[in-house]
Design a protein around this ligand. Structure first.
Ligand code: ATP
Ligand code: MG
Length: 563
């Protein structure tokens, strides 16, 4: 490809609205442009990388026995109503109406569409198992689209779905897909880790997320410092054993704490440790308000709240809602004589002796608070996030944290969709059963960003060879010099003939600009055709380590092959 014919709009300045390296570099190197918040155009260079990632994904999926198809992005609301997700997915689901006022969705994932397809076409155990996948654009109206392609509102996903007559069959395919995912991320050159993403099955194998280890990751991975245990922090169960101190119980007493609303305010004001404070937060759990208590040094894990209460939507009540429900502003609420109709608490709260909590009155707290004696809760359970230093849930070592970018997700769905949507098959004794399902997603556009985030230096992007937009960048230093120009063109066509993907910088730009842009774009090998072209000698530069060697034009292909 000749660079004069490409669209590679590079930028000198770092764009102000991009706060992570990959986003800045993908913009600066002319790979992507934003069309709307979270919506991007993939320019020619990015598209070439995406296609390569897709090829890797396809190869691995096909090897795992999956078959490609393509479903529509647009789906009728009825399917989502059947699965009930029309009601539970919330504002992330892009909904629209057609000219007849009929509701549609733009697919956020495709369990509904594929389940209806399989339900209508496959009715016998003889056709199972089957695994189908597609690579397609997905839509999610994310609350905070950010970091470029990392969290878009329109993005590319590979989604696969498997259908089974038995649990064993699902387990088998799940293991195959798990292995295929490892291969995909390995081939993309990513430093990743597969982590448990399920609370129910502790140490179980029912769902895993594939996380690329990165400082900018939005997910926190809780891993054991001694075993291979790793889980998404959202899901890691807390198995800490608490003990009560044998301090004598004090009287409950109300104290004046003007304007001391946060745990930090109150601990410094009363000179106490945050482990003896009770943090009280009002949550809206579907249509009910629930007061949730954790120890002051802990954080409420709303996913655990959601799972324990078997709710669909859990969110912190607004200041207004809290005032309305509890007759008190949020900074001073607490479990003693609360107006809340339901109170649940984390296990640690039960072991607090002579604690401190809000007094349900502005500018007042209770001290000498003792659970059971001074307040009751409906249940004590695991409601908090695991912390560094907590014992590992598998009983080996203690927990440490790392940041990760979720690039893939494998999940045993079971019969969640087939039951709601009546996707059934006849088993070998002629009885009707719901089909057992698995689903498997890879964020293709997110993977591109994750690679860019992991592979760059002060001069720009440094693509791993297998997914680079081109293999070789050929740069004649002076295009007005006939020898240089001809040599460069000769090298360009020789390399093309050999099957390399080559970008020839035939633009009439200053050499400094060409070199800087070349580093910014990050093609693995650069052939510089300069003054010594007249002697039949060119320079070969390796982007990864900056090493440069002089090569005879005759031996260039040979040298490239040896690299
Ligand atoms: P996240 O927790 O990051 O929102 P998710 O759990 O919603 O991800 P899944 O529904 O499992 O994601 O989707 C499968 C894959 O699609 C994810 O592993 C991720 O790689 C990718 N993905 C999800 N949301 C986005 C997005 N907004 N932009 C780009 N890729 C995404
Ligand atoms: Mg999400």
């Amino acid at each position: 490809m000749k660079q004069s014919m490409m669209l590679i709009p590079t930028m000198k300045e770092t764009p102000a609205d991009a706060d992570i390296k990959s986003h800045q570099l993908l913009l600066r190197a002319g790979f992507i442009r934003q069309t709307a918040s979270g919506v991007y155009s993939y320019l020619p260079l990015a598209l070439r990388v995406l296609k390569k990632i897709e090829t890797i994904v396809r190869e691995e999926m096909n090897t795992a026995g999956a078959v490609e198809l393509l479903m529509p992005a647009l789906a009728p609301a009825e399917l989502w109503q059947e699965s009930k997700r029309w009601y539970t997915y919330g504002p992330e689901l892009m909904r629209l109406k057609d000219r007849h006022e009929r509701d549609f969705v733009l697919g956020a994932t495709h369990e509904e569409v594929i389940t209806s397809l399989v339900r209508d076409e496959l009715k016998s155990y003889k056709r199972l198992p089957i695994t189908l996948y597609q690579i397609q654009t997905k839509f999610r109206d994310e609350k905070r689209p950010r970091f470029g392609l990392l969290r878009g509102r329109e993005f590319i996903m590979k989604d696969a779905y498997s259908f089974h007559a038995t649990q064993e069959s699902l387990d088998q395919i799940y293991d195959k897909m798990y292995a295929a995912y490892g291969n995909v991320f390995e081939r993309c050159g990513l430093n990743y880790r597969a982590v448990i993403a399920d609370s129910g099955a502790m140490g179980g194998k029912d769902t895993h997320e594939f996380m690329v280890l990165s400082e900018i990751g939005e997910d926190t991975i809780a891993y054991s410092d001694t075993s291979t245990y790793a889980a998404n922090i959202e899901m890691a169960p807390v198995v800490t054993k608490y003990e009560k101190s044998n301090e004598a119980l004090k009287e409950l007493e109300k104290v004046h704490t003007p304007d001391k609303k946060s745990i930090d305010d109150i601990t410094s004001f009363l000179s106490i440790d945050n482990t003896s404070t009770i943090k009280s937060l009002l949550f809206k759990v579907d249509d009910e308000f629930v007061l949730v208590l954790v120890r002051g040094d802990h954080e409420v894990n709303d996913i655990k709240v959601k799972n324990i209460l078997k709710a669909s939507v859990v969110e912190l009540a607004s200041n207004e809602e809290t005032k309305q429900q509890l007759d008190c502003e949020p900074g001073f609420i607490g479990p003693v004589s609360t107006k809340a109709s339901k109170v649940i608490a984390d296990n640690a709260v039960k072991y607090i002796v002579n604690g401190v909590c809000g007094a349900n009155e502005s500018d007042y707290h209770y001290v000498g608070v003792n659970p059971e004696r001074d307040f009751q809760v409906e249940s004590y359970c695991d409601l908090r996030f695991i912390q560094e230093g907590d014992p590992s849930p598998d009983g080996q070592g203690v927990i440490r944290f790392a940041k990760g970018i979720e690039v893939g997700h494998v999940f045993k769905l079971g019969t969640r969709y087939s039951e709601f949507m009546k996707a059934e098959f006849l088993n070998d004794s002629g009885r009707t059963q719901p089909i057992i399902m698995g689903c498997y997603g890879i964020g293709v556009s997110r993977t591109l960003t994750a690679v860019a985030e992991q592979y760059n230096d002060e001069n720009g992007l440094v693509w791993p060879a297998d997914i680079a937009p081109f293999n070789i960048h050929v740069i004649p230093v002076n295009t007005k010099d006939e020898t240089q120009k001809n040599t460069a063109e000769q090298i360009y066509s020789n390399c093309l003939e050999q099957g390399y993907e080559v970008l020839l910088d035939d633009r009439q730009e200053r050499p400094g600009v060409k070199f800087a842009e070349s580093d910014l774009i990050g093609i693995p090998y650069r052939v510089t055709v300069g003054k010594r072209a007249s002697e039949g000698i060119v320079e070969l530069k390796v982007r990864k380590d900056g090493s440069v060697i002089e090569v005879e034009v005759e031996k260039l292909i040979e040298t490239l092959q040896s690299l």
